[in-house]
Design a binder for this molecule. Structure first.
Ligand code: ACM
Length: 487
């Protein structure tokens, strides 16, 4: 009787119920019915889609479902179709589980279809060897096109397996950008064929053992490889791509460059003078040979990363190293660069122009605007140089009004406000509630500027995470909050 009563009041679709999906879908109409399926599924994938069928099958397999691909759409239980009309938002998707035991996913892009799969994966349960789903229709799309997770592997290197696990989790949360911090003071982690010492010397250190020479490193850790070969980078890029994730590498200029300068001291403003790498030194960006080196590096980097966007760093440059180099000071006089911030913007623009000539966009931490972002007494803001148009400003530090200022000057901004999004900060400082409260759009930003906030990043800086267990502890569950605020 009870069942009868329930079915009598069974409304076709209600949207006052929610689905247990993270990030929360924009719109879900969920009926009271559940639909039961067997555990072998015929799956049709639109030939217009280029999704990795092995990945698709692995997701279903995790739920105990065997996949049989079919090219007969009408026979299929799960149908994935490209449909440009769903939304102008390329990442939108529509997912429907019908009482007629059909599941359809449609989306304007591969990414949308992958998101539909992630939603499906989160609402599946099993019961008595049956696969159980709520009858529902989901119409969903993200609020922001840039939803990034950053992993710092310079401070401590973790390797392929960890990166793949993190990419799996990002995919589960519909995050679409893996920001790979491969280069910093303690270690250079990417093979560059033209400059082998970057890895043969520059990778043999980390934050826990930063004072070891590479000889001492070899003795202590014989044969330990602390960088990615180009083949491995390509493997990660592909793995990420199959999960709908673009990979953006970060190559730091002009500071956080101690590892490369240790490998080639002639790169450094102070190190060249002493013929040995000095911690915290800056590249001598006024030297055409140094500029050529950096262009060579970027050339190999952009070959490896199809995302066509490179992060140039730009944060926390200690200008003392430029100030103490008479050649650099003279260069600034000769070229009418009144402040070190101007020299930084001048040099960043040269790389930006170089990248633009290869149809690659540049992004950098918000020091690249030339502002004295922390109002430090020893820094003068830029006076003559303007950051190149089209550069994406990555806000991390300073007053939030700098976001407005960057937008007013015509730049797009990714908001990674450190007070909310730094995953290395302890939970006492950034508890989960605070992470969930983060809105990439700063309070009071005018409506017409909102579209210049392209999204957010959350950053797993690696100084204090020598082991992967600690990386996971810092990252999970807070990453889910950032997936939510980006969606
Ligand atoms: C940064 O945290 N130095 C970008």
């Amino acid at each position: 009787a009870c069942a009868l009563l329930l079915s009598a009041i069974n409304l076709p679709a209600q949207n006052n119920r929610s689905l247990p999906v993270v990030p929360n879908p924009l719109h879900a109409a969920v009926s009271r019915n559940t639909v039961h399926f067997g555990n072998t599924w015929e799956v049709f994938v639109d030939p217009q889609a280029t999704i990795d069928t092995a990945y698709l099958a692995s997701i279903l397999e995790e739920q105990g479902i065997r996949t049989r691909f079919t090219n007969k759409k009408n026979n299929a239980l799960l149908i994935l179709s490209i449909d440009k009309k769903i939304s102008k938002n390329q990442e939108a998707y529509r997912l429907s589980v019908s009482d007629k035991k059909k599941i359809t996913a449609s989306a304007p892009s591969d990414n949308g279809l992958l998101y539909a799969l992630q939603t499906l994966r989160q609402i599946i349960s099993s019961n008595d060897h049956q696969i159980v789903l709520p009858s529902c229709t989901v119409m969903d799309e993200p609020a922001f096109p840039w939803r990034a997770f950053m992993l710092d592997e310079s401070r401590h290197f973790h390797g392929m397996e960890t990166v793949k696990k993190l990419l799996d989790e990002m995919a589960y949360l519909k995050m679409n950008t893996f920001h790979w911090h491969l280069v910093d003071d303690p270690g250079w982690r990417i093979e560059i064929k033209k400059y082998p010492k970057l890895t043969s010397i520059g990778s043999k250190r980390d934050f826990s053992h930063r004072d070891l020479s590479s000889g001492e490193w070899d003795e202590k850790f014989p044969g330990k490889k602390m960088f990615y070969t180009q083949d491995e980078i390509q493997e990660i890029v592909k793995y990420a791509g199959n999960r709908g994730i673009q990979v953006m590498p970060e190559i730091e200029v002009p500071g956080h460059a101690s590892a490369s300068i240790a490998a080639y001291p002639w790169l450094g403003a102070s190190s060249r003078q002493q013929d040995s790498g000095i911690w915290g030194d800056l590249y001598n960006v006024t030297d055409p040979k140094v500029e050529a080196f950096l262009q060579d590096v970027l050339e190999e980097v952009i070959e490896l990363f199809p995302s066509k966007i490179v992060h140039i760093g730009g944060d926390e440059a200690d200008y003392t190293h430029w100030k103490n180099n008479p050649g650099i000071v003279q260069f600034m006089k000769d070229n009418h660069l009144p402040t070190f911030s101007d020299l930084q913007v001048w040099s960043i623009n040269r790389f930006s122009n170089y990248l633009a000539s290869k149809e690659v966009k540049m992004m950098g931490w918000n020091e690249i605007t030339g502002d004295n972002i922390r109002g430090e007494a020893h820094i003068e803001a830029s006076q003559t140089e303007q950051l190149a148009k089209g550069t994406i400003v990555h806000f991390w530090d300073g007053d939030i009004s700098l976001v407005n200022k960057a937008i007013d000057k015509g730049y797009d901004v990714v908001n990674s406000n450190r007070h909310f999004t730094y995953l290395d900060y302890p939970y006492e400082v950034t508890p989960l509630e605070k992470a969930y409260s983060f809105d990439p759009i700063p309070e009071g930003l005018e409506k017409e500027k909102e579209s210049n906030i392209v999204g957010l990043g959350c950053q797993m800086w690696g100084e204090f995470t020598p082991h992967v267990t600690r990386v996971y502890y810092q990252t999970f569950p807070r990453i889910a909050a950032f997936a939510e605020s980006g969606w």
